[in-house]
Design a protein around this ligand. Sequence first.
Ligand SMILES: [Zn+2]
Length: 63
Amino acid sequence: MSKACKSCRLIIETESVCPLCQGTEFTERFNSTAQIFDPTKSEIAAKLGIKAPGRYAIKIKEK
Ligand SMILES: [Zn+2]
């Protein structure tokens, strides 16, 4: 099952450490995702502070 990194929101599948920020806290509780191809041209990327291409969780549920 896909999970989202709690610090940078990157979606990963099987890794236990986030390849982007080296974070180790993940959540499966997120509802929408966005594929970012070019962070410099994406409004969503700017809004979420995303700097690298990839698939990200837009909304992470805290509890
Ligand atoms: Zn991360």
